[in-house]
Design a protein around this ligand. Structure first.
Ligand SMILES: NC(=O)c1ccc[n+]([C@@H]2O[C@H](COP(=O)([O-])OP(=O)(O)OC[C@H]3O[C@@H](n4cnc5c(N)ncnc54)[C@H](OP(=O)(O)O)[C@@H]3O)[C@@H](O)[C@H]2O)c1
Length: 287
């Protein structure tokens, strides 16, 4: 039985930590807003702590899932942060979608102090977290990955070690580049279909079986036709992720011309009031 800490009980972290506790691990959670940690502790019969430092005491593995680079720095490196309380040989797994640069920095720092580190952003959204079927893209050392991978099985249906530290975050950037391009194609197609007076239910049922089919079409096609955007991953978050991909693309010389255009479209969605709309809301700006 492993002692585990989970830092960050947001849309993703709350159910992920719950799966760990249900799988039989002794989980201690920390959340900045304590009432959420209390609620989690009552729901799953696990423990909660008032600081990251206190939560990680005697833990072999620490999972973290907060918002962005600054949030990770604050919960890991702060005075009351994870690093201040880690037991020797502990492993930190960061599920936050953050920069590859931060992952490399944390990886080096942790290694120099005798700790393990894996950058491990996830894909699958709120439903994936709640149903325990996330995909995890990891960067780090093989031996450390193989220690934590069976634990992540509590909430993941697939985990892959992509390469050295930072590779998980790079893989997540590719995921984001690919899916926003798919969403825009779907938005234009469905908007066209509505203007053309087609029955979109019949249309989706039909073309989803052919070469145009996608996860987005299966899961968001109908809700996009209804202009209903309350299905998880928010526009604000995807713009954060794309900004990191653009910065990485500049370093490696990768062309993201169309993806940059789509980022501009998401900015337009924000001006329509869509900061917290889900990412299928690209259709909202189409005439
Ligand atoms: N939602 C999705 O569909 C999805 C899918 C894949 C990946 N992700 C990624 O997963 C990460 C978490 O997403 P989420 O949807 O769970 O976000 P969320 O619901 O907004 O939750 C963010 C969590 O981080 C905590 N937090 C934020 N800033 C903090 C700080 N400075 N110090 C301490 N705690 C802080 C929040 O605490 P409070 O409760 O106190 O605010 C909350 O527990 C993000 O990197 C996101 O890009 C999300």
């Amino acid at each position: 039985m492993k002692n585990i800490a989970f830092i960050g009980l947001g849309v993703m972290g709350y159910p992920m930590a719950g799966h760990l506790q249900k799988a039989g691990y002794q989980v201690t959670v920390y959340n900045r807003t304590t009432v959420k940690a209390q609620q989690w502790s009552e729901e799953f019969s696990g423990a909660f702590a008032l600081t990251p430092k206190a939560a990680v005491k005697n833990c072999e593995v620490v999972f973290c899932c907060v918002g962005n680079d600054d949030d990770v720095r604050s919960v890991i490196l702060g005075e009351q942060g994870v690093l201040a309380g880690l037991s020797s040989n502990a492993i930190l797994v960061d599920h936050t979608t953050a920069s590859a640069e931060l992952a490399r920095e944390l990886g080096q720092l942790m290694e120099s102090q005798g700790f393990g580190f894996v950058d491990a952003p996830v894909s699958g959204g709120q439903a994936g977290a709640e149903n325990g079927v996330l995909t995890v893209m990891c960067g780090g050392e093989e031996s450390i990955f193989s220690t934590v991978s069976p634990i992540m099985d509590a909430y993941a249906r697939f985990s892959q070690l992509m390469g050295p530290t930072g590779s998980g975050q790079l893989a997540k950037m590719v995921n984001q580049i690919c899916f926003v391009n798919t969403v825009q194609g779907l938005a234009e197609g469905l908007n066209f279909a509505q203007k053309a007076g087609l029955d979109t239910d019949k249309l989706i049922e039909t073309i989803a079986k052919g070469a145009a089919g996608s996860w987005q079409m299966d899961n968001r096609g109908k809700t996009m036709c209804d202009r209903s955007f309350d299905f998880g991953f928010a526009v604000d978050w995807v713009r954060k992720d794309l900004a990191m991909a653009f910065s990485e693309a500049e370093k490696i010389g990768a062309d993201l011309t169309v993806t940059k255009q789509l980022d501009g479209y998401y900015q337009e969605v924000q001006t329509l009031g869509g900061n917290r709309w889900d990412t299928s809301s690209l259709i909202a700006r189409l005439k």
